[in-house]
Design a binder for this molecule. Structure first.
Ligand SMILES: C[S@@+](CC[C@H](N)C(=O)[O-])C[C@H]1O[C@@H](n2cnc3c(N)ncnc32)[C@H](O)[C@@H]1O
Length: 304
């Protein structure tokens, strides 16, 4: 197992988590490439969805990590999870990697400390993409799952992340897609849902959470069940076309979590596959490989 490397920046202080004392490097202000209101909303979101439910990650793991293999992550890998949230994906790699640094600027880091803080090969740090407290070229593998589209300058954020990866190492990213592989109806539904997001994300916390639970129950869950039925009837083509079809095999817990993620966040950006590829190349990645099935888009590249 690899030994973690010391911080190369001065810590601004420490906060007490359930298992560890966690160093803080983010000031959470406009000097960083960060949207403070988004980060606060995520702190609330992950407190609400802090209970780790195994069935809520099983299908998602298959979707996200279908393009990761042992040449990228193995027992010698020193890795970083950027924007780790509750730590659910950090946990997935605990038995696969050598040592994992998991960072997040929000209070979700406390939830992550509860989930993975007792493991000997994980360290949690309260930091943002702009305040990653290690030298450039430190990590063999880095990942940022569902994070960089919630940051004002996604392109620059990706550059900041990839800088921390060693030459020959890998960086994995999942960014919201701009429905480039969908038809006009799907895109129109999205525009309507975006209006809803504008309203819901500005609601007071409690009302926002209740509204998202209602949406999950009245929209996500029925559509997921209809999709499952279509698959059962072997109407696969039709099933795949339904909005929210990806939830057909996911538990209700995921729907509530993702609904709050989707509608509770003020800043959300979406990208075409070609734009993501261009940003990854611009950040210094080569041999870029995209996942060809949901979640769209997830991709990994090697630092040249
Ligand atoms: C949708 S959550 C994803 C969490 C986790 N990666 C997952 O998939 O479960 C987005 C996370 O990005 C974090 N985040 C927001 N702005 C960030 C920034 N500037 N740098 C690093 N993380 C950030 C949030 O605090 C939040 O926990």
């Amino acid at each position: 197992m690899r030994i973690m490397k010391p911080y190369t920046k001065n810590s601004l202080g420490k906060i007490k988590g359930p298992n560890n004392s966690i160093d803080v490097f983010t000031k959470l202000d406009t000097t960083e490439n960060i949207d403070v209101s988004v980060v606060k909303a995520f702190g609330e979101e992950w407190k609400k969805f802090s209970v780790h439910q195994e069935d809520s990650v099983i299908e998602l793991r298959k979707e996200y990590f279908d393009i990761i293999d042992e040449t990228m992550v193995n027992k010698d890998t020193y890795m970083i999870d950027i924007g780790c949230g509750s730590g659910r994906w950090t946990e997935y790699f605990i038995d696969k990697a050598g040592f994992i640094e998991a960072i997040d600027p929000s209070d979700a880091i406390m939830v992550a400390d509860k989930m993975v803080g007792q493991k000997s090969n994980v360290r949690l740090t309260k930091a943002s993409v702009d305040t990653i407290p290690w030298e450039d070229e430190t990590f063999d593998f880095g990942m940022s799952i569902g994070v960089l589209h919630h940051i004002p300058d996604t392109k620059q954020a990706l550059i900041s992340c990839v800088k921390k990866i060693k030459s020959g190492g890998y960086f994995y990213v999942y960014l919201y897609y701009r429905f480039d592989n969908r038809g006009i109806l799907f895109k129109s539904i999205f525009h309507f849902s975006n209006l809803l997001r504008w309203v819901i994300s500005r609601m007071p916390q409690r009302l926002k959470k209740i509204t998202c639970d209602i949406l999950a129950t009245l929209v996500y869950w029925p559509l997921a069940k209809i999709t499952a039925l279509f698959y059962k009837l072997k109407w696969n083509k039709l099933a795949r076309r339904l909005p929210l079809a990806a939830y057909y095999n996911k538990p209700y817990y995921n729907m509530r979590n993702d609904c709050l993620d989707r509608f509770g966040t003020k800043l959300e950006q979406r990208f075409l596959r070609s734009e993501i590829e261009e940003m990854m190349k611009g950040a210094g990645l080569t041999d870029i490989k995209f996942g060809e099935t949901a979640a769209f888009w997830h991709a990994v590249g090697r630092k040249g």
